[in-house]
Ligand binder design. Sequence first.
Ligand SMILES: [Zn+2]
Length: 368
Amino acid sequence: MFSKDDLQQLAEYQGHPAVLSLTLNVDPTKRTRDEYRLTLRHLLRSVGGRANGDAARIEAFFDHEYDWSGRGLAIFSNQHEDFWKVYSLAVPIGDSIFVGPKPHITPLANLWDAYGRFVAAIVDRQGARFIFVQLGEIVDGEGVLGEEVRRSKSGVNAISTSRRRDADAPTERKESEKIKRNVKDSAAALAAFCEKHSPRYVVLGGNAEVLNELRGDLPQPWADRVIGAFAADIGEPDLAVRDRALKVIDEYEAKREAELADAAITAAAKNSHGAARLGDVLRAAHAGQVQTLLIAEGFQAPGYRCGQCGYLSAQSMTRCPYCSGTFDQIPDAVEAVISKVVEQGGRVEMVRGHMGLTEAGIAALLRY
Ligand SMILES: [Zn+2]
């Protein structure tokens, strides 16, 4: 399984002369294997001669070794140094290919941030079940069971609301209090489970009324980490719970990314803490201003780099405006600006399906 250590090792690797980084969405529920192979071929062709023996090695892997398990795939290859890493991922990843001196770890780092650690909890009137999921794989599970309650169609106040005239009857009130106690115990157990695993996100499943009650009982910081909920039955299998929680996270991440892209493009249009399109983004990166770099998935562009100070430009210039050095053409300016932003401590996000960003190709939120 892909871990934070793998990410660290990749970040430290320096390829001579270069390393090819490939990520491929292979979600079997979305497209066929033939279609994924076609995408792969297209990606490998796009880096042309720069892939050296790596493209052949990857083709051979798909022909003879790959078992098509998982929903995403990441490969790092530098055949000159016998460097070969394959990670099968239980969560989907966008398609990307980069060739450069360093492994392109942005898609994996983003994946780790989003799906690295989450807890999903299914809660009902009597008890709860929790799973801890690390990069799509279930690594721990736990359950709690409280006092027995009478069967009913819905939540905490179901008994008193469905039989209004008996609402004050002592047995009904007792039942309702019992449920509240159970949910409170479930919230405490969930908090303990979260303490143990420190999830970035918490996703809840169950009846809306019970979940509202639980949210009220859940202590911080875990209450703030609840990013969404889905209707579910306490008996739902772990794998189904995981998949439904992943869907909630997918939607949350897509929304978060779209908001960042909106903010960057609006800021760029107002000329206030934002930049859009390659030329402006490269200038901002050179000035060390980029806080969050947003790249439309699949966007690639050649560029020019000053041989002396490293200034990146979208257009060819005879002299560097900063140091008067001369420019070399580079095949991938996006890869170069990502490295620069990461070195400066900025964040990089690959964004899929955002109209404004797809049109601009690249945008950034600036520090000042
Ligand atoms: Zn220069």
